[in-house]
Design a binder for this molecule. Structure first.
Ligand code: UDP
Length: 505
């Protein structure tokens, strides 16, 4: 369907969605995917950004524009220097590389300073905005939407499993945060280490933002979540009831990237020649390579990197291993040169940014060792791949639980990791033996491994079906657009059925 027909109808306003992402790659990437999905339905989309963030997404948006999609940036200067951040420090991945994580609060202060410029922009912009879709971590948009008089939807990056479990777990407050608790009112028995089930910003020093984020969710006109009904139906239903809100499950949004060039342009500029990576993979057998990557914010200490590398070698496993620039200390560089030389026949090391979705969708890739960030998890689900999970912080521990205990498409690298940590300051959390065992289980694993792979494949099929026309997520996005149109247009003049008829074409 396309809502262009609605615009042509004249009397019904063309929808104009304003997306406000959190400037962190794990949040911006799915928001840009969502922008493209909306634009494919004929919605005009404006994405709020800043110069350094525009630079990261310009190529994929330019490509979308060339193919006729109406997506534009509303770019604002980022007030880095006003809050004591280095000039150009406009994305959370750069803050994670700074000496002190305390600067993260300054980053959020700077984000909230975009409130006035955005408000001024939205008062002037034509066509009038129909709604804001803002990241759950951007609570200052509450006032913007209210003052402009448009509905506001909260976009959640993490899984609904995490949202529900951490919300319910917040009622249990053991004296020792390392205590294992049972999550109350959960659809099934779920045991978690308390400190591994915290909501976003639920830690000392962040009380103000925590309260604002909760309030922004409570007062939202609905929630948009990057997940799909067939994966999380029971959690979606419970969460919707708990908040008494509509939820639209519109994912996995990574499936908006259909051809190789879209997959390649998604996110940062890649640090490797994609043709080389693809021909390297082409030369391998189906399901024979493990892809190893830990997202954009987690930082592994040099000793942990060594354990990962030696574990892969011990498992005699072909691999593509992504090591972030921020992890490439001189000591790691030196070790890596020797390691790379030794493992040239079996592995490919990417220093920096890899085209993850492109790699995961190659038939030679048979497994993913991941930090269990929700995007990476969903990308593995969409590619039908089993996972070896090594969560580092935030929602990652609960995402691991979903994958390992509920979906049973993954193996934990460490069964009970009693920690939550700033990774590069930690040592000894996993060993090469842990890595070797998990890799063997995920890539082979005998009959149990076969069953796991089969489940992962079936889930991948369901994910694809959800995003196709008539699928649950496709329908959910239709309903969301319809809802916005009904709010923007007088439903007495234009009853729901007429709007729906136009959307369906
Ligand atoms: N990503 C990528 N190449 C890389 C590293 C990350 O394309 O080298 C993408 C990945 O596909 C995912 C996002 O960055 O879409 C990371 O999000 P996730 O939620 O997995 O983890 P986070 O970085 O937020 O911890």
């Amino acid at each position: 369907m396309t809502v262009d027909r609605i615009a042509m109808n004249g009397s019904i306003k063309k929808p104009h969605f304003v997306l406000v992402p959190l400037f962190a790659q794990g949040h911006m990437i799915p928001m840009i995917d969502l922008a493209r999905l909306l634009a494919h339905r004929g919605v005009l989309v404006t994405v709020v950004t800043t110069p350094a963030n525009t630079a990261r997404f310009k190529a994929i948006v330019d490509r979308a524009n060339v193919s006729g999609l109406l997506i534009r940036f509303a770019e604002f200067r980022f007030p880095s220097t006003e809050v004591g951040l280095p000039e150009g420090c406009e994305n959370a991945d750069l803050i994670s590389s700074l000496e002190s994580l305390d600067l993260m609060t300054n980053f959020f202060d700077a984000l909230s300073m975009l409130r006035e410029p955005l408000l001024r922009y939205l008062r002037e912009v034509k066509p009038d905005p129909s709604c804001l879709v803002s990241d759950s971590c951007m609570p200052w948009t509450v006032h913007v939407a209210r003052e402009v008089g448009v509905p506001r939807f909260v976009f959640h990056g993490p899984s609904c499993f995490f949202l529900l479990a951490s919300r319910n777990a917040s009622r249990v407050k053991p004296a020792d945060p390392l205590e294992t608790i049972v999550v109350p009112d959960f659809p099934h028995e779920l045991e978690v280490v308390k400190v591994q089930a915290l909501r976003f910003f639920e830690f000392p020093g962040w009380e103000k933002l925590f309260g604002e984020v909760a309030e922004a969710e409570e007062t939202a006109d609905g929630l948009v979540i990057n997940t799909f009904e067939e994966l999380e139906a029971v959690y979606l239903e419970r969460y919707s009831k708990a908040l008494d809100k509509k939820i639209w499950a519109v994912g996995p949004v990574c499936l908006a990237n259909k051809d190789a060039s879209e997959k390649l342009l998604r996110g940062n500029k890649t640090s490797v020649d994609d043709k080389y990576v693809l021909s390297w993979l082409d030369a391998k057998n189906p399901n024979s390579v493990i892809y190893v990557s830990f997202g954009t914010l987690a930082r592994n200490s040099s000793s942990h990197l060594v354990e990962v590398g030696l574990g892969l070698v011990a498992a005699n496993q072909a691999f593509i291993w992504v090591i972030k620039e921020a992890e490439l200390t001189p000591a790691v560089q030196t070790w890596l040169e020797e390691f790379e030389e030794r493992t040239r026949a079996m592995g490919l090391i990417v220093r920096g940014w890899a085209p993850q979705v492109l790699i995961l969708s190659h038939p030679s890739v048979g497994g993913f060792m991941t930090h269990s960030g929700w995007n990476s998890t969903l990308e593995a689900v969409a590619a039908g791949l089993p996972m070896a999970t090594w969560p580092h912080f935030a929602d990652q521990f609960l995402n691991e639980k979903l994958v390992v205990e509920v979906l049973r498409t993954g193996i934990a690298v460490k069964a009970r990791m009693l920690a939550v940590y700033r990774t590069h300051e930690c040592e000894g959390l996993i060993t090469r033996e842990d890595v070797e065992a998990a890799v063997r289980m995920v890539m082979k694993g005998g009959e149990e491994g076969e069953e796991r792979r089969k489940r992962a494949k079936e889930l991948g099929e369901k994910a694809k079906r959800a995003m196709e026309e008539g699928g649950s997520s496709h329908e959910s996005l239709t309903l969301m657009i319809q809802h916005v149109l009904e709010l923007a247009n007088n439903t007495t003049d234009h009853p729901s059925s007429a709007i729906r008829k136009l959307i369906d074409g």
